[in-house]
Design a protein around this ligand. Structure first.
Ligand SMILES: [Zn+2]
Length: 236
């Protein structure tokens, strides 16, 4: 398991007991740096109440910060709002009306900017570093396993409302290659990061069942959770 720094709060979040989590959504912060401390700074900004939005996790070059301390029973505000009228890529708005704040986990990735004098959403010099993408891949894979979410349900904010978010992967159609690369990495069976994790940090899991039908797995989970609330479904 990866190290996650907790700086949690409930400001700009909504309580929903036992919510159904079906999606993981990737965003960019529209900040100008992803250096160490950037993710904690954003969590502090959420806590100040000045932000109009929130996310479950924030990733920078060195850390994964968790803002939502009760993901199973509370959701953050990342994908709400109406659909954009024009889209920067053909993938824009594909899951509008399907993915909602109440059914997703939001991950904000701290962005960087080459020319910090212009901060337009249409600028083409916002970018991510390799270090933070590596952390985001590891976090996403962990959440996919924890909540039983497949790669098709890992999407961008752009897929929901059509917003240019994350900008580095959606500002123009050719930038979708960055997203496709991310998709490949979260889908890879023998990813180097997960292989390294396995060798350095063994996990001995207790399995109580295996089902071809998701609803049967959900029923078993509900039973097991009565005694072990931390139980979860993993997809193999
Ligand atoms: Zn976004």
């Amino acid at each position: 398991m990866m190290n996650i720094v907790k700086k949690t709060g409930t400001i700009n979040t909504t309580s929903l007991k036992g919510r159904k989590i079906e999606w993981i959504v990737i965003h960019y912060t529209a900040g100008t740096t992803s250096k160490a401390g950037s993710a904690l700074d954003l969590a502090a900004y959420y806590l100040s109440g000045k932000a109009a939005a929130s996310s479950d996790f924030i990733v920078d070059d060195t850390a994964v910060v968790q803002y939502n301390g009760d993901i199973a029973n509370r959701y953050t505000w990342g994908v709400g709002g109406s659909k954009y009228t024009s889209m920067s890529t053909p993938e824009g708005g594909r899951y509008y009306g399907k993915c909602k704040n109440s059914s997703c986990i939001n991950i904000e990735v701290c962005s960087n900017k080459t020319n910090k004098k212009s901060l337009l959403a249409s600028d083409t010099d916002w970018y991510f570093t390799d270090a933070e993408i590596e952390l985001t891949v590891r976090l996403t894979r962990q959440l996919m396993e924890q909540y039983g979410i497949d790669a098709e349900h890992v999407i961008m904010h752009h897929h929901v409302t059509g917003k240019v978010c994350p900008n580095p992967w959606t500002v123009t159609p050719d930038r979708l290659s960055g997203w496709q690369d991310f998709q490949r990495r979260i889908s890879a069976v023998n990813d180097t990061a997960s292989a390294a994790e396995k060798s350095s940090d063994k996990l001995y899991c207790v399995q109580v069942g295996a089902f071809a039908d998701r609803s049967n797995a959900d029923k078993m989970l509900a039973e097991v959770k009565k005694k072990y609330p931390q139980a979860f479904i993993s997809v193999k």
